[in-house]
Write a protein of this length. Sequence first.
Length: 166
Amino acid sequence: MATINDIGVAAAINIVTAFAFFIAFAIFRIQPVNDRVYFPKWYIKGLRTSSIQTGGFGSKFINLDFRSYVRFLNWMPEALKMPEPELVDHAGLDSVVYLRIYLLGLKIFFPIACVAFTAMVPVNWTNKGLDRLKHSNITYSDIDKLSLSNIPNGSARFWVHLCMAY
C-alpha cells in the first residue's frame, strides 16, 4: 500500500531529478561545443560561426565567461514574451506549436486542478467510510482516504464527485 510518505518521497525524488536535468540543460546550452545542437537556425542564417574553428583550445569546448552562468535563465521570460511570428523565425514552428500546447494545457488544467483539489480533498478526507472497515479484512492506507472509496454508498457526497466530473 502506498502511503502519503511514499508519495512524498517519490515526488521529492522526481522534483530533484527534474531540477538536475534542467540545470544540466542550462549549462550544456551555453557551452560553445553545443551551439550547433541548441542554435541550428543561427548557423543556417550565418549569425553564428563554429566554435571549433575559433578561439583557444579551452574556449572551444567550455564557456569561460562566468557572467553567462549567472544569467543562464534570462532566455525564458524573453521566449514567453516574444511574438509568435518572431518566435517561429527564431526557434522554428515545432517549438512554437509545443509552447502553445504547453501553455494551453496550463490554462485549462491548472484551474481545474485547483478547483478539484479544493473541493474533492476535503470531501473525501473528512468522510469516515474507510474507518468503518477497520474490523474487516480490508487494508487501506492514508492515500485511500483521498479517494472515492472513502465515501460510503448512498452518501450525498457523491454529488460533489458528479459535479466535478462535469
